[in-house]
Structures are given as C-alpha cells and as structure tokens.
Ligand binder design. Sequence first.
Ligand code: NI
Ligand code: MN
Length: 226
Amino acid sequence: MKLTYYGHSCFLVETAQARLLIDPFFTGNPSAPVPASAVTCDYILLSHGHSDHTGDAAGIASECAATIIANHEIAEHYGAQGLKVHGMNPGGGHNFPFGRVNLTIAFHTSSFDQENPPRYAGCACGIVIEADGKRLYHAGDTALFSDMQLIGRRGLDLALLPIGDNYTMGPEDALLALDYLRPKLCVPMHYNTWPPIAQDAAAFAARAAQADHLVNPLAPGRSLEF
Ligand code: NI
Ligand code: MN
C-alpha cells in the first residue's frame, strides 16, 4: 500500500482497490503541500468533527462522489447535505469493497467547531484499516490510553500517531504509545502546523530508535510504501 502525507493529520492511503483520504484539511492548513482540488479519492475517513480534520471533507466528497466514513453523528451531518456516508461507532467494524474499517476509542473532544455554538459531533475516534494484507492505525487526535495495547495485539504494519502535544499526546506519551502498539513503522502527525504544536520529529524518531521503534517523519507531500 502507498501512503502520502498531506500535512497535519491528513493522509492518502492507496490500496489495490481504492483511494482512502483520512482527515482532509487543505484549505487554511499552512502545512498542506497541495490544494484540496489536487486530490481525488473514493472514500474519506474522518476521526472526529474538528475543522482541522474535516475542513475539506464536504468539498472533496462532492467533487469525487466519495463516501464519507465516520461516527454516526458526523455521517448524519454530511448525509443531510446529500453526500454518500457510512456511519459507525467505536468497537464496530465494517467490510468495505477495499477492506475492513474499525473505529477505535480516542480520548479527545469532538464537535462541529465552526458552528456557533459548536454542535455535538459524536465521540472522537481512531481508525484501523485492514486491506491488502496490511493493518494500519490512524490514532486521530488522542491522549495516550492503555487500551492501545489491544489495538496493537493483532499486529500493525503502520501507526499514524499525533506528537504535537497541547491538543493531543506529545512525544513523551507517543513513545509509550509505541511500546503499547508495537507497529512495524510509525509516521508522526498533528505537529508543526502551528506554533502551539511545534515539535522536533527527528528527535522523536531518534528517541524511538533507542527503544527499537522505527519512526519515519514524513515531510508533507512525501509518500512511502508499506
Ligand atoms: Ni481535534
Ligand atoms: Mn486536531
């Protein structure tokens, strides 16, 4: 499978059968290497309602006729706009044509934060994708939690983990998350977009290497095969 990083928490995952875009945030994202109009996909997976994860979801879903996969409340929100949606909730999995998606717990808030007042957007989630014999975990925005051990138990080829601190776990807790998850590879996310989440990803990777964890701080716009 091919992974492309678009900055912040946005990734494109290309499986044999489908293009999956996770947490699309291009417009207003200072780290986005391309505009939203440059990306095409078949599915859009959303971890929670915050605008730095859902900002371009409706626009891209409409442009590409993509199906939005998210928690029930977020799916209902976009379904009411006439978009194709598939609602789920933590603990639940579903077999899609490209593979299986499971939503996991995450410790974070979730709302449609661009509305005044912000409106409930279900709970924040993590996302596990199984396709082409690989298993990938996008943690969304979250604190460290010990149940990550369970997510790692079936084996992970790739974990996408926030390291920004302030809004999510920072590097210290992300190192503990790696001990729980034991992925073959970790790509850090949710850092350096704005000053409050500035982090040294190379230093994080070096500290992870001391504990035998492989971390690849992918620059926005870059891809890797896993
Ligand atoms: Ni958030
Ligand atoms: Mn966020």
